[in-house]
Write a protein that binds this ligand. Sequence first.
Ligand SMILES: [Zn+2]
Ligand SMILES: [Zn+2]
Length: 137
Amino acid sequence: MTKLNGKCLCGEVAFKVEEPAHLDSCHCGQCRTWSGSVNMSLDFTMVEFENRKGLKWYRSSEWAERGFCSTCGSSLFYRLVEDLSKMSVCVGAVQGISDDVKITKEFFIEEKPGFYNLEGEREKLTGAEVFALYGAE
Ligand SMILES: [Zn+2]
Ligand SMILES: [Zn+2]
């Protein structure tokens, strides 16, 4: 598998991940506030850290926490507290993702604001459907 490099804006968090087969997106209010807009991410995967000096975690719900760089503020990771080993990784932090990789799911479609739409057709799930499928956001 091809490994891709990832890092925050300042480089105090740096890591490697396997090249993803697909991407997810989430329109929920938490993700939009945290990431600045729709959150596009790699599905839960193993992250190999090369530098985690700036990494901090914020417990954003009973079931999950969000990782960010405490120096430059980049939004980086989302993980479930029941399995801290795998992380959903923000696409903006990962370099070299192929143009052939597609966003295959939109989560919390009912929370999407009207002022943007993602181009193309894919599976769209409501928050209730996400909870039913994964047990957590
Ligand atoms: Zn940083
Ligand atoms: Zn979300």
